[in-house]
Ligand binder design. Structure first.
Ligand code: URA
Ligand code: SF4
Length: 194
């Protein structure tokens, strides 16, 4: 695949017409991502659900509303100072986990996005994203909120907001991780908080 794009728009357009894996057959929209392509902080989820597939934007269902609330608590905003994308850009039917081969086909899009954005921090939401991006044997409940370094890049696994909705006792942990994130942004980012 042509992995170098001359503009952000070219990358987006190419992704929107992708048919590299079987998920293209059942999708309504390719969910490329949302946010500021100049962001210093990127969030990466697993893949679109039903609402995302219908609206073409990541995290717009119930989990997304919770994510927006936690973002707001630390002065982050999906339309201003972060970028949000997923491991797979098309909805897996019945919201099943994306298959390894689907992830493998789709990850080039994410790589291209990361190459263009060049974030300082990547937050992985949930096990699927953290396993693909940080390390295959990640233990989310144990390792959430910890920093992992890859060269210049800092990465943190967090609980998936859908998991927090399923078990609200996890809310304090989830919130604590956003505070940890804010501290690090204050330390190393120049533009995020203006
Ligand atoms: N869950 C995800 O992982 N990504 C979305 O975009 C929505 C729900
Ligand atoms: Fe292409 Fe990714 Fe959609 Fe598969 S999931 S068709 S690789 S954009």
């Amino acid at each position: 695949m042509n992995t170098s794009f001359s503009s952000w728009e070219e990358l987006q357009n190419a992704c929107e017409s992708c048919t590299k894996c079987g998920l293209c057959e059942t999708r309504h929209n390719v969910v490329v991502g949302v946010g500021n392509p100049q962001a210093e902080v990127m969030f990466i989820g697993e893949g679109p659900g039903e609402n995302e597939d219908l609206q073409g934007e990541p995290f717009v269902g119930r989990a997304g509303k919770l994510l927006d609330k936690m973002l707001e608590a630390v002065d982050l905003d999906r339309h201003k100072n972060i970028y949000i994308a997923n491991i797979v850009k098309c909805r897996p039917p019945q919201n099943r986990d994306p298959k390894p081969e689907e992830q493998e086909q789709c990850i080039d899009w994410l790589r291209a996005q990361v190459r263009m954005i060049r974030p300082k921090i990547i937050v992985c939401l949930g096990r699927i994203a953290a396993a693909r991006i940080i390390k295959p044997d990640i233990k989310i409940t144990k390792e959430r909120g910890m920093w992992f370094e890859k060269g210049e890049l800092l990465m943190m696994p967090m609980l998936h907001p859908a998991a927090v909705l399923r078990d609200p006792r996890r809310k304090p942990d989830a919130f604590r991780d956003f505070l940890t994130l804010r501290e690090k942004i204050n330390e190393i980012c120049e533009r995020t908080y203006g």
